[in-house]
Design a protein around this ligand. Structure first.
Ligand SMILES: Nc1ncnc2c1ncn2[C@@H]1O[C@H](COP(=O)(O)OP(=O)(O)OP(=O)(O)O)[C@@H](O)[C@H]1O
Ligand SMILES: [Mg+2]
Length: 311
């Protein structure tokens, strides 16, 4: 199946000459949820703005369901819903009118049932006749989503949808994205909350300094890079790893009182039983053992830092 969104070699240099995107390529399948992770200034918003046709790419192409975002802007844009990072709403407008207006912007006829459905889904129906200025911050975020969904887009961009949002609303937001996927909507979201990507994404992309460092299936990524460590605390400090344990590639802790063994949780044999037997045979006494598993957060931090080291 052809990807719903295809980004090819996109570069973006701003007027001041700063190159915020340095050749980004990414294909996104229909119905998929992709989380775009990256530190401040990585180029996430720039990428979204370029894909949505808000800023012009300096080079490269973007197509949405086959429509070129520059040459066939209207056709491409009508398939996209965008929830911007900054809240920009008309304070004196009523909630329901704001959403109706957004629908009209894309040439869709007035359809009260569709607007009602969206407002109900976002728990805004009770507030439909309130002015925007009468809403809480989290409610305003929901209005942004309602607006983005008003013209039944097939691809939804959420630029940090849950920044400054409480835990409950965050979970609501995840549910909404899940429901939209069930309707076949493709979602690309940026986030600084790694647990958010872990919770809802099918694929993870990491961007840093205008370049995509990695795009991978979330589960595969976590299996591939999610190694586990067994930390053996010793009663007496060592100056080096005993020769009898050389096969295990153990790392001696700074204080000399712990041995760290890294293993793959998915492999048939982790080697733990044999290791512990050999530790005992080597005459070492155990004080405690613990295990640690690297999270998506560790993976992300190590990737971004690797990039910095290379620079
Ligand atoms: N209009 C502009 N003119 C010049 N430089 C810009 C402009 N907009 C963004 N930039 C620069 O492009 C880089 C990427 O910015 P962008 O907003 O895409 O980052 P981001 O990944 O969305 O960061 P954040 O997590 O803080 O939202 C930054 O260095 C930023 O200063
Ligand atoms: Mg941003």
């Amino acid at each position: 199946m052809a990807p719903i969104l295809s980004i090819k070699n996109v570069r973006k240099a701003y007027d001041d000459g700063f190159e915020a995107l340095k050749g980004v390529s990414l294909d996104i399948e229909e119905g998929e949820i992709l989380a775009l992770l990256g530190p401040n200034g990585a180029g996430k918003t720039t990428l979204i703005s370029t894909v949505c046709g808000i800023t012009m790419p300096t080079a490269g192409t973007v197509t949405v369901a086959g429509h070129d975002i520059v040459r066939q802007y209207r056709a491409a844009r009508s398939l996209i819903g965008l929830v911007p990072q900054e809240i920009a709403l008309e304070p004196f407008e009523k909630v329901i009118n704001t959403v109706r207006f957004s629908r009209g912007l894309f040439g869709k006829g007035r359809k009260d049932s569709a607007v009602e459905d969206i407002l109900r889904r976002l728990s805004l129906w009770d507030k439909r006749n309130n002015q925007i200025r009468e809403l809480s911050g989290g409610m305003k975020r929901r209005v942004l989503i309602a607006k983005a969904l008003a013209h039944d887009p097939r691809v939804l961009f959420l630029d940090e949808p849950t920044a400054g949002v409480d835990v409950e609303l965050r979970k609501d937001m995840w549910d909404i994205v899940g429901q939209l996927r069930a309707d076949g909507v493709t979602t690309i979201l940026t986030t600084h909350y790694i647990e958010e990507a872990e919770a809802i994404a099918d694929r993870i992309a990491v961007i840093n300094d205008g370049e995509i460092l990695l795009v991978e299936d979330k589960d595969k990524l976590m299996t591939r890079m999610g190694q586990k460590q067994l930390i053996v605390q010793l009663t007496d400090p060592l100056s080096k790893v005993p020769a009898a344990l050389a096969d295990y590639a153990l790392v001696l802790g700074k204080d000399g009182q712990s041995l760290v063994y890294t293993y793959d949780t998915k492999s048939e044999r982790t080697g733990i039983t044999r290791l512990l037997q050999d530790v005992a045979k080597a005459g070492l006494h155990l004080r405690d053992v613990e295990t640690q598993q690297s999270s998506l957060e560790d993976i992300f931090v190590s990737l971004v830092h690797k990039g910095e080291d290379a620079a």
